[in-house]
Design a protein. Structure first.
Length: 356
């Protein structure tokens, strides 16, 4: 699955290590993974990162940053979730462009009141004034950096990066192996700063082969979204050459598995698919997806689990009529021409059945 979430009632330090090592991350009191994101109706890849703390050494960026911020006082302690932190978070939100949690409590707890994580905070003070805070969770051998927020009056001090470095130094002093800063999003600049942190020791999660690789091996041509789109566009071209109209659609609800009451439903989570039938709001027909793990096309019978009232953004680009669940794989092949041939037969059979 591309998108998955769980809501454990408790989580041991070594369990958190395992989740993080498999490309998962905290969201409120749940833990989740996703390979895709949608910002302003545009799909992006989510590339999970980690820093190998045993390989990481101080760099020139860090030296300059710490020299610039030497007048500030810092402390690291168990998280307190004080009103002072909540107010700083609200002021921080007012100065950023991207959407996020409405409150610090929502960011850290979601709908819960109980914290299952071993959460710490790093605070930065200008004399007695709290100007920045970073939240992170400790596992047994690793840590995850949850959030950094700061007073925008101090923007020139790069406090976000400063906080991440402080977290990493603390974790290194605890002899932890890895620090996980979350994901970065190629093509979405707001996340690019993460690529500068511990760059020489940074790794990324290769979702297809299920392993961590050096960040220097990252290849945009192999990003999951790029491969999915390229494969389906190739198939669409073959259909068009035979005079068959198709629609390459972005699926509005690819991340529905993250919704708390839908967790465990194993809903359809491909961000894009090829539709070879007429788009009818009251009907759900088979679709074509590309399976990255098996490197093949699949014709999949779908069913609706919920009829949506979400308006179509653009019916030629976005599918939002139904929340979908895969019933069965009708046919699989690595050969695009063969998929075209079988799909035409299936479409003809369904059309004949509908007429009769």
């Amino acid at each position: 699955m591309f998108v998955h979430a769980e809501s454990p009632s408790s989580i041991l330090p070594e369990e958190l290590d395992t989740y993080l090592a498999n490309g998962w991350f905290r969201m409120g009191q749940t833990i989740f993974t996703t390979q895709f994101l949608c910002f302003k109706n545009q799909l992006y890849n989510a590339i999970w990162l980690r820093v190998d703390l045993k390989k990481w050494k101080y760099d020139s960026v860090q030296v300059k940053l710490f020299k610039r911020n030497k007048q500030f006082r810092t402390e690291i302690r168990r998280a307190t979730y004080s009103d002072q932190h909540a107010q700083l978070f609200q002021k921080y939100k007012e100065g950023v462009e991207f959407d996020g949690s409405a409150t610090l409590h929502q960011l850290l707890f979601g709908q819960s009141t109980n914290n299952i994580y071993n959460t710490y905070e790093v605070n930065v003070y200008d004399k007695d004034r709290l100007i920045a805070c970073g939240i992170f969770d400790l596992g047994k051998e690793s840590a995850q950096g949850i959030s950094c927020f700061y007073n925008h009056d101090y923007k020139k001090y790069s406090l976000g990066k400063f906080l991440i470095y402080l977290k990493m130094i603390y974790c290194q002093e605890l002899h932890l192996s890895y620090f996980y800063p979350g994901y970065f999003v190629p093509g979405y600049k707001q996340f690019d700063y993460k690529l500068d942190i511990g760059k020489e020791a940074q790794e990324y999660w290769h979702m297809v082969v299920q392993t961590w690789k050096r960040i220097t091996e990252l290849d945009g041509l192999s990003f999951p979204l790029s491969v999915l789109t390229e494969k389906l566009e190739l198939l669409q071209k073959l259909f068009n050459e035979e005079g068959r109209d198709t629609c390459l659609l972005r699926y509005e609800f690819f991340d529905a598995n993250l919704v708390p009451h839908l967790q465990g439903s194993q809903l359809f989570d491909h961000p894009v698919f090829l539709y070879i039938f007429d788009l009818l709001e009251d009907s759900v027909y088979p679709i074509i997806v590309y399976n990255l793990f098996d490197d093949c096309y699949q014709l999949v019978q779908m069913r609706s689990v919920w009829v949506s009232n979400v308006p179509e953004v653009n019916e030629t680009e976005v599918y939002s009529s139904h929340v979908l669940k895969a019933d069965q794989i009708i046919f699989s092949t690595a050969n695009p021409a063969e998929m075209v041939r079988i799909s035409k037969l299936v479409r003809k059979s369904i059309d004949n059945t509908a007429r009769n």
